[in-house]
Design a protein around this ligand. Structure first.
Ligand code: HEC
Length: 184
């Protein structure tokens, strides 16, 4: 059995490890080196390892920006696009467009915490370790973002240009505030 676990390549190592165990087991069994009982113990062990692999997989399956890291990066890219849309909306007094974009940010703020499972700060992610070192601070940063998005939705509904611009600035500050503390 070979344990090759490195933090960067945990998913790959687990596969190699698993294959190793299976080969090892088959070899020993066919050579008569182990009896049925030992074989059964190995099979149980094997299933347990597979179980661990399957449960770890969704968290670590994002190397090279796949899985949850890719998903949140896409959501943040969308956030940037929404901010641009809102900017255009404010210039053109297109409150419907402002509200729609702010709504998207609001929904994102409400699910954002689910996109940061512990340990998901591996390359190429720019997520800071502070997210998990200071979970309350991070929740607060998300909350500020949520409230600022909601405020912009509300202001866009009143179709007041001045208060909408102010709400937009406040919202942009919550992006920046979080990046300063929680993005590398
Ligand atoms: C509560 C914290 C938080 C808030 C609020 C937040 N961000 Fe981010 N943002 C992050 C973190 C953390 C990352 C790094 C994610 C990663 O690389 O895994 C990030 C990454 C990004 C990226 C880079 C995405 C990529 O492709 O690598 C952009 C663009 C971005 N944010 C824009 C925004 C905008 C615009 C807003 C506001 C409308 C915003 N963010 C609000 C925490 C936040």
């Amino acid at each position: 059995m070979i344990f090759l676990i490195t933090t960067n390549n945990i998913q790959f190592s687990l596969i190699i490890n698993y294959i190793n165990i299976v080969i090892d087991l088959k070899f020993k069994f066919t050579k008569g080196l182990i009896n049925m009982k030992t074989n059964k113990i190995f099979i149980i062990l094997n299933s347990l390892i597979l179980l661990v692999f399957v449960s770890v997989n969704p968290i670590f399956a994002h190397e090279g920006a796949t899985g949850v890291i890719k998903e949140r990066m896409d959501k943040f890219k969308m956030s940037k696009t929404m901010m641009k849309q809102i900017n255009v909306g404010l210039r053109e007094n297109d409150f419907e467009n402002i509200e729609k974009s702010a709504q998207k940010l609001l929904s994102w703020s409400r699910e954002m915490s689910k996109y940061f499972p512990e340990g998901s700060d591996v390359s190429p992610s720019e997520a800071s370790k502070n997210i998990w070192l200071d979970p309350n601070g991070f929740s607060m940063a998300i909350k500020n973002f949520e409230e600022a998005s909601l405020e912009l939705v509300n202001q866009a509904q009143t179709e007041n240009s001045d208060t909408s611009i102010q709400a937009f600035r406040n919202l942009a500050n919550t992006c920046k505030g979080c990046h300063q503390k929680f993005r590398n």
